[in-house]
Design a protein around this ligand. Sequence first.
Ligand code: AMP
Length: 172
Amino acid sequence: MDLKSKIRNIPDFPVKGIQFKDITTLLKDKDAYKYCIDQITEHCKSLKIDYVAGIEARGFVIGAPVAYNLNVGFLLVRKKDRLPAEVERISYQLEYGENILEIHRDSFQEGDRIMVIDDLLATGGTTLAVFKLIEKLGGKIVGADFIVELEMLKGNEKLKGYEIFSLVKYNR
Ligand code: AMP
């Protein structure tokens, strides 16, 4: 399927110079959405996963149906102060400023195998922070799956050693 034709490019959002890949146009297309979920599910099937962890917010939209398909539990990685129970937290640098992500401390058992899912891999900073957050709690990161990868930002290199998979790659 030609997924690039389903993704809308919004120049200069949220700040000047960023080419924002808007996947809402893909998600509202039932065949394209199903195709993406099915492909990512297939990729995960042989990897013996105990949990899928989705990164707020678009990672929820992709990760939850994949977890459902795999018949495994779904974990929420959320922005600061949104989870109600005891959390583990990580802060990391964004291009502009700092971001904080959290997960419930009792999300999983030590050694559980976890696949991280988000909509898009850019520099890899967000995904690497989530890997560290989960590893700090004793989880075993299997890798990360995305719909879109911006290859020119070399996120893949930052995440070397993990299983990284994406469905659509942009080189510029
Ligand atoms: P990064 O940490 O640089 O890999 O950025 C990944 C996160 O930022 C993901 O959660 C994406 O949703 C979002 N993001 C970064 N760059 C873009 C972009 N050009 N278009 C859409 N989303 C983006």
